[in-house]
Design a protein around this ligand. Structure first.
Ligand code: GLC
Length: 539
């Protein structure tokens, strides 16, 4: 099916941390191949995901763990070779798993041959492939833009007497997408992978590829207070979601459309309206899917509270804005954000909320993304200063805690490695082995929810109708022609909650409190504290 992504669940693999096959403590592609059956072996004993997205696997000096790409058309030796990637694709496809890679169009590594040439002299033909500017009259940076990781977004290059722009680390110079040669070269890298059978890309910070052509100063943020992150001192109006980005996205989309069944999923930030704009218009589409991270942060870096009215607002806004020809795309976790279990653990009940969160994520009208380890309830791991790795830790909070190795079992190497892991492990529990045969485990809940979703058209392609509930509960009904409607209800309060059924009677398909599956309910459904359920209307 060409639009397979509409009914799919996607699993994000952070390759360094998923499975090591050679004992160097770093996960690799061979390791991922060996775990494909865990992800989907065609039976409900496996997770049942339809696609995987691999965070960057390209050659890179690893200043930002692969988000600094030195060659878009190869594989980093830590992960394997092009031949291993080809085999991964074949093995994944054999199991019905699509493979997405991570395309980083905004910037390259400062060791990418293009940048080495660009910085070699002012008249090098590739000088204009990056954003170079003269110093301000006082010798300082050309404008006030800040790097997302803190500090100025400009670094001075003494050899040629100019500054270059980097929205992230100084090792990640921004490409100049106003130069058509840059666009052409980058689009060719997509074609390279499509020819090799890659099914699509997650696109890194797509909202930054085009800036205001004159690079004016950003205005100060009047709401910024001392103690807030430095980067929020200013409103990034001229270097983030600048209108020209949306036209570039449509040109990028045409490359995807030249191949069958490929998908573009953008990492985007902004209001619901801005997110929606990335999808483009009918007849002139942009991204197939644009991430909505509002369950993590609705604005800035404030953690979204686990409260029914807030969740309802996020869902309603996405439903109202994403164009009818596509659908939302949500994630509760990724490699940049504190894990769900930790974010919502103020009262020690993060792991309980994670069960309801699974039914929320998988019960929405959307393409859900599950981050490795989420399905077993991995939490952030405290990393001692001498083991910290993330370069972002110097100017903002580091992201190591949510990137620790997958916990496959309780052995010393956690089933992840026979060597010393690149980041320390979390506590022995949770791990896959202990949850595998336990019907009450989070892993079993994820598996059941994913396979139930697959089996019920209402759940994987039905429309979503919001349900009126009191402020303790967020609920909706999924409906598709020819399939009984399914009620999804999430109780975010620590009291039991009652929801009136929108149909006469139904069967509990799945509930966070195990043992209730298959139960018949009439008129009303009682949800456990912080619990959730899917109930299918009786035919
Ligand atoms: C994205 C990635 C993040 C990376 C940054 C720069 O936000 O998810 O990990 O550091 O882009 O490429």
């Amino acid at each position: 099916m060409t639009e397979w992504w509409r009914e799919s669940v996607v699993y994000q693999v952070y390759p360094r941390s998923f499975q090591d096959s050679n004992g160097d403590g770093i996960g690799d592609l061979e390791g991922i191949i060996s775990r494909l059956d865990y992800l989907n072996d065609g039976t409900p004993r496996s997770l049942g995901v339809d696609a995987i997205w691999l965070s960057p696997t390209f050659p890179s000096p690893m200043a930002d763990f692969g988000y600094d790409v030195a060659d878009y058309c190869d594989v980093h030796p830590d992960f394997g070779t092009l031949a291993t990637m080809d085999r991964l694709v074949t093995e994944a496809h054999r199991r019905g798993i699509r493979v997405l890679l991570d395309w980083v169009p905004n910037h390259t590594s400062d060791r990418h041959p293009w940048f080495l040439e660009s910085r070699s002299s002012r008249d090098n033909p590739r000088r204009d492939w990056y954003v170079w500017r003269d110093p301000a009259p006082d010798g300082g940076p050309p404008n006030n833009w800040l790097s997302v990781f803190g500090g100025p977004a400009w670094t001075f290059d003494p050899a040629t007497g100019q500054y270059y722009l980097h929205s992230f680390l100084k090792e990640q110079p921004d490409l100049n997408w106003r130069n058509p040669d840059v666009e052409r070269a980058m689009l060719d890298t997509l074609r390279f992978w499509f020819e090799r059978g890659i099914d699509g890309f997650r696109i890194d910070v797509i909202g930054r590829i085009l800036k205001h052509p004159e690079l004016p100063d950003n205005p100060e943020n009047p709401e910024w207070r001392p103690g807030d992150r430095e980067r929020f001192r200013q409103l990034s109006v001229y270097n983030h979601n600048y209108p020209d980005v949306f036209d570039a996205v449509k040109r990028i989309r045409r490359v995807f459309d030249a191949y069958e069944g490929r998908v573009a999923v953008g990492e985007v930030f902004g209001t619901p309206e801005e997110i929606a704009r990335f999808y483009g218009e009918p007849g002139e589409p942009g991204l197939h899917l644009a991430f909505n991270f509002h369950f993590i942060h609705e604005r800035g870096h404030e953690i979204t509270p686990w409260q029914a009215p807030v969740l309802r607002r996020i869902i309603a806004a996405a439903e109202a804005t994403v164009p009818a020809f596509s659908q939302p795309c949500y994630a509760l976790n990724n490699h940049d954000r504190s894990r769900f279990v930790t974010r919502h653990n103020h009262d020690g009940l993060g792991a309980v909320r994670a069960r309801a969160a699974a039914l929320l994520l998988l019960g929405l009208r959307a393409t859900p993304f599950v981050y490795y380890g989420e399905e077993i309830g991995m939490a952030d791991v405290d990393i001692s200063p001498e083991r910290q790795q993330d370069p972002a830790r110097f100017r903002s909070i580091g992201r190591d805690p949510e990137r620790t190795p997958m916990q496959w079992d309780a052995s010393p190497g956690r089933g992840f490695t026979t060597g010393e892991p690149w980041l320390p492990f979390g506590p022995l529990s949770p791990n896959v082995a202990e949850q595998d045969g336990d019907p009450g485990s989070l892993l079993s809940l994820y598996r059941d929810a994913i396979w139930t979703r697959k089996a019920q058209p209402s759940l994987h392609r039905g429309r979503l109708e919001e349900l009126r509930c009191d402020d303790r509960v967020v609920g909706w009904v999924r409906r598709a022609e020819g399939s009984s409607p399914v009620l999804v209800a999430i109780n975010t309060s620590s009291e039991p909650a009652i929801v009136s059924l929108p149909f006469d009677a139904g069967t509990v398909l799945i509930c966070t409190e195990r043992g209730r599956d298959g139960q018949t309910v009439r008129a009303a459904l009682e949800l456990p504290p912080l619990g959730a359920a899917w109930v299918q209307a009786s035919a």
